[in-house]
Design a protein around this ligand. Structure first.
Ligand SMILES: [Cu+2]
Length: 262
């Protein structure tokens, strides 16, 4: 009796923790992030209802079959009930796949447009660097032997490359609000992970690969970029900032950076 009541109280206390929403995600800043949130809420509600139902039933069984000095009996179970429960679980999981795969492919397999602003995003132990193609719209060549952070050349752009001369390298990621942006993710050493909580996006950076990630932030502001793949002793320091600017302000900033280079 005591255990049944304790179980019910614990189950409701756990569920109440989610309803209070005291510890929750930061507000979303993109259409995809909002879609992720509503999927998450639907999953949480479905999971919460099942969780409470199971705990209530478990408490009931503890209460109903408690020891009252009677002879012990046992049940061999019910095949019909098992088939029903397994079928319902299968429907639930397949439904979750159907509901979420569209969003997943919209985020990860969306076709890149040539008009998108491209920004090379490089991770290395333990810093982020970003490269814009500059006024000519073309990324210059890079040479790994020329990489030199102290000299302000984190990408190893040769001095004599015309296309690279106007490239802009920064340590913070500035993007225009409301416009799609292609991040070309590169790692210079080990696995890293590009993660912005407000975008609800996480993508690994894999050495030797260029992984494109298309994002669009609709709300201006500053958001943390945290490396989300344990990449060494300084992993906790590997962070930068995503600055989402009003589009006109961003254009002015980019033009000014380009001019400084010429
Ligand atoms: Cu890292």
């Amino acid at each position: 009796m005591f255990f049944a009541i304790l179980l019910w109280i614990t189950a409701f206390a756990v569920a109440a923790g989610f309803f209070v929403k005291r510890w929750w995600f930061p507000p979303p800043i993109s259409r995809h992030a909002m879609a992720f949130d509503s999927l998450f809420a639907a999953n949480l509600i479905a999971g919460g209802i099942i969780f409470l139902a199971v705990q209530l039933a478990l408490g009931f069984v503890i209460f109903r079959y408690r020891d009252r000095g009677q002879r012990a009996t046992f049940s061999t179970g019910s095949t019909r009930l098992e088939i029903i429960l397994i079928s319902l679980t299968a429907i639930l999981f397949l439904g979750a796949v159907a509901a979420s795969s569209g969003l997943w492919s919209a985020v990860h397999f969306t076709s890149m447009q040539s008009s998108d602003l491209k920004i090379e995003t490089a991770g290395k132990q333990f810093a982020w660097s970003f490269r814009y193609p500059g006024p000519d719209g073309k990324f210059g060549k890079t040479d790994v032997r020329l990489i030199n952070d102290a000299a302000g050349n984190p990408f190893g752009i040769p001095d004599d490359d015309a296309a690279g001369k106007d490239d802009i390298a920064t340590s913070a990621l500035r993007i225009p609000a409301g416009r799609p942006v292609q991040l070309l993710l590169h790692s210079h050493d080990v696995l890293h992970n590009f993660f912005v909580r407000e975008l609800r996006v996480k993508q690994d950076l894999v050495p030797g690969m260029e992984i494109p990630l298309r994002i669009q932030a609709d709300k201006t502001g500053e958001y943390e970029i945290a490396c989300s793949e344990l990449c060494g002793l300084g992993h906790h320091q590997m962070r930068s900032v995503l600055i989402v600017m009003p589009a006109a302000e961003f254009d002015a900033w980019l033009a000014q950076q380009g001019k400084r280079k010429q």
